[in-house]
Design a protein around this ligand. Structure first.
Ligand code: HEM
Length: 512
């Protein structure tokens, strides 16, 4: 009797579950997409080693053409919008006002619309350690917008300009490390740049001297590990239920990494309290942690102690290795395509000269060819291969319905290599960004920093760091690498990376 009753209850629960989601199934049935299994959908594609996840994402998305297409990740419906025109939905509104018929072309852009500025439920696995930090916050709670409005201006050009001498100091140390490796065998440049990247972020965001370039990697704080664990959990649906995950070795790793990160942050907050008691002139650089702590002290209701920690975890994770990954990929590309490297160097020689000196914002803005090179690197190797937005109401998109509760998946990696928008999609080809060529391209065909209200707040800082690094590097060294871009094997955790490292060989530049 009890078995019969339990079975009936279970069946009723399953029916109720499917019935409540019928609008998702109806919408998905009208879309193309890879075949999946009942319940699991396409989730088993990710039953693989972590380093093969990008290949599996590629495998799934290669099925997908320019129409909205569906992928089921267990119970989650992801709708891929690969066509940038669909990311910018044209909707006609007709109003009758004072007997006049007014037709309004309302360009409701998915990427730039507040209506689509909500992160999908899958980000909850990042929220587990970064709480309502900007990257993981769904955006549904009112404090998201308030916090974004407070934090975004903290990374403006004024902040970056003041940070430039500090960044320059760390890059100088990095150059000394590179000069020890000149004319040696191939080595992974990211191992050197990565430490410089952490030294910079520890200094300008956390107000701490990590000195990893001098001391070597001493474990620092395990923020990268945390992000990777969160990402693994996002894509592997069998790790979603807490009762399974809590027994998995990743949970212990997560607890251990979180303790290390929070310990580091608490220390930085303590140091900040001491530092803020000292008098400072207005021109002096103020690390982000001090601005945060001051704001939190003055507005404890808006910016609680918990918010403070969550935002610092987020900023550390967003900035710890983004600079080093893009700079390393750029060196790899320059090594593989020496003509472009020479052209970038010639521009630096003309604009800045051959002398190593502190750079100004104006210097950096004049380096238009270098800018084109970096953009093409970010096209080929976007940090985030796919981003997910949540739909909060049914949305009619041409003949399709994007149902409430589905995720809009924006496959940035695939947009960036779509032959419809790029002449030479699989190769490093800075001419993709010649002004007259770029002008003709759809703006959403290139989104390395995402776009709109959930776009990256660290864009100016990242661009400046990368360019400062490359100017200093190219003034001193020539880089060589084997193969061409299609030979670089890629993987992704939270960021796209080179599977086999960024192996380059250095020569001292001959100054003519
Ligand atoms: C080359 C370097 C960088 C790239 C390519 C990059 C790219 C991105 C992308 C694609 C997103 C959207 C993520 C999503 O929607 O899931 C994002 C968001 C974000 N980035 Fe960056 N980022 C870079 C550097 C930085 C740096 C240095 C910082 C810190 C200062 C930073 C802070 C953030 C934050 C806080 C968000 C979340 C914004 C929000 O949702 O309100 N990023 N970034």
């Amino acid at each position: 009797m009890i078995i019969w009753l339990s079975a009936t209850v279970l069946v009723l629960i399953i029916i109720q579950f499917y019935w409540s989601r019928r609008h998702l199934y109806a919408a998905a049935a009208k879309m193309k997409g890879p075949k999946g299994l009942p319940i699991l959908g396409n989730a088993l594609a990710f039953f693989c080693r972590s380093e093969d996840i990008l290949d599996r994402i590629k495998f799934i998305f290669e099925y997908i053409d320019n129409e909205p297409s569906r992928v089921w990740l267990g119970p989650y419906l992801l709708i891929s919008l690969k066509n940038p025109v669909l990311l910018e939905v044209k909707k006609t509104e007709i109003h009758i006002k004072n007997w006049l018929l007014i037709v309004v072309w309302n360009f409701q852009k998915i990427m730039s619309s507040q209506k689509f500025a909500y992160k999908h439920e899958l980000y909850v696995f990042l929220e587990k350690f970064a709480g309502d930090g900007l990257i993981s916050a769904s955006g549904l709670k009112p404090n998201y917008k308030v916090h974004r409005r407070i934090i975004q201006p903290m990374f403006d050009l004024k902040f970056v300009t003041k940070a430039m001498p500090i960044i320059h100091g760390h890059i100088n140390i990095c150059m000394k490390k590179f000069s020890e490796l000149v004319h040696k065998d191939f080595f992974d440049v990211e191992k050197i740049i990565g430490l410089c990247s952490i030294d910079i972020i520890a200094d300008i965001v956390m107000g701490k001297k990590a000195n990893l370039q001098q001391k070597g990697n001493t474990g620092f704080c395990k923020v990268k590990e945390l992000l990777n664990i969160g990402f693994t959990r996002m894509v592997k649906v069998w790790l979603h239920p807490d009762f399974i995950y809590n027994w998995h070795p990743l949970k212990r790793e997560q607890d251990d990494s979180l303790a290390s990160v929070k310990g580091f942050i608490k220390e930085a907050i303590g140091d900040s309290k001491v530092r803020r008691k000292l008098d400072k002139s207005d021109d002096e650089f103020v690390p982000v942690v001090d601005t945060f702590c001051k704001f939190s002290d003055e507005n404890p209701d808006i910016f609680t102690e918990e918010d403070l920690v969550n935002h610092l975890v987020t900023l550390l994770s967003a900035s710890e290795d983004t600079f080093s990954i893009i700079s390393s990929f750029t060196l790899l590309c320059f090594g593989m395509y020496p003509d472009y490297q020479n052209k970038a160097y010639e521009e630096i020689k003309t604009v800045i000269g051959e002398e190593n000196r502190e750079l100004s914002v104006e210097d950096i803005y004049k380096l238009t060819y270098l800018d084109m090179c970096i953009k093409d690197v970010m096209r080929l190797f976007p940090i985030a291969p796919v981003i997910l937005r949540r739909t909060i109401e049914d949305y009619q998109l041409d003949k399709w319905v994007i149902p409430k509760g589905a995720a809009i998946a924006v496959p940035i990696f695939f947009l960036h290599r779509d032959p419809e928008f790029w002449d030479n999609p699989e190769h490093f080809h800075p001419d993709h960004f010649l002004p007259d060529v770029a002008q003709k391209r759809h703006p959403y065909a290139f989104m390395p920093f995402s776009a709109g209200p959930r776009g990256c707040i660290g864009k100016t800082l990242a661009n400046m760091e990368i360019k400062m690094f490359l100017v200093n590097f190219l003034q001193r060294f020539e880089v060589e690498a084997e193969g061409k871009v299609p030979d670089i094997k890629l993987k992704t955790d939270i960021s796209v990376r080179a599977k086999d490292g960024y192996n380059c060989r250095l020569k001292l530049r001959k100054i003519q």
